[in-house]
Design a protein around this ligand. Sequence first.
Ligand code: 8YV
Length: 315
Amino acid sequence: MNKPEILQLGAYSERDEALLNEHFVMHRFFEVDDKEAFLKQHAANIKAIGTRGDLRVEGELIDALPALEMIAVYGVGYDGVDMDRVIARDLRMSNTPDVLTGDVADYAVAMMLAQSRAIVGASDWVRSGNWGNTGGYGLTSRVHGKRVGVLGLGRIGFEIAKRLAAFDMEINYSSRSAKPEAADWNFIADPVALAEASDFLFVALAANAETRHIVSKEVIEAMGSTGMIINISRAANIDEEALLDALESGALGSAALDVFEGEPVINERFFALDNVLLQPHQGSGTVETREAMGDLVRNNLLAHFEGRDLLTPVN
Ligand code: 8YV
């Protein structure tokens, strides 16, 4: 039987691509120069799209694939997919929840610690010989015992809060409603009030029309000149221009960011700032997690084409 033909929108690991190629014809669309000519030749045979959480799947592309049955997302966030078209075409869709939760939560806490204690700058200080030539690096800022706000207490937000409780921090959170499993923590519905009650604000929300720029100029300024914003969700959850303005003026003390508007090409204003930790969307980027994500993409596609229930369906 012919292998199902899949439109691959971004690179996966060598391991995952080798395993996918055993079962499917993987068309590496992101490497195609003349996409219109490619679609004219192959669109009629494309049964599924393989994408990533950080990529967009526009309605126009979905409409250009008359035989499309399914979209498999390598990632938990599927905000880049035109869900109106998915629903209109009655497409099946899968993502990769749970397997990445712990690593993303670890990374969020690591980013807070790295920025607060200047881990990167201090390492560069030693590596450059300055420690021997000039002396100590200088004092940084304490983390344990301070106040934290978690904006979005979903799977990742909850794991972040659990980790921070071990740092004897006061845990505040905002979510659609108070969560019984978070009874020991303080529910503060309003994002501005949450920021006013926090020294560190973790943005852990799914990105959608409701959460776009929820971290507004007002929220950013409520963090103040000693506050830190950590974002491991999506750039769209923060008003990035207001964030840059506040970081440049000192209205916000610092930030630790794993996601950016336009990534991987980001606003060059960030490069001039010494009060922001810049990371390349690496939250889920461990060998173990990425293999588990790749297995879910492959096994969801196999389930679909073998007529079985999807392992991790979105719809
Ligand atoms: C990316 C993510 O998908 O899980 C998500 O939604 O944003 C990330 O895990 C991953 O970095 C692959 O690009």
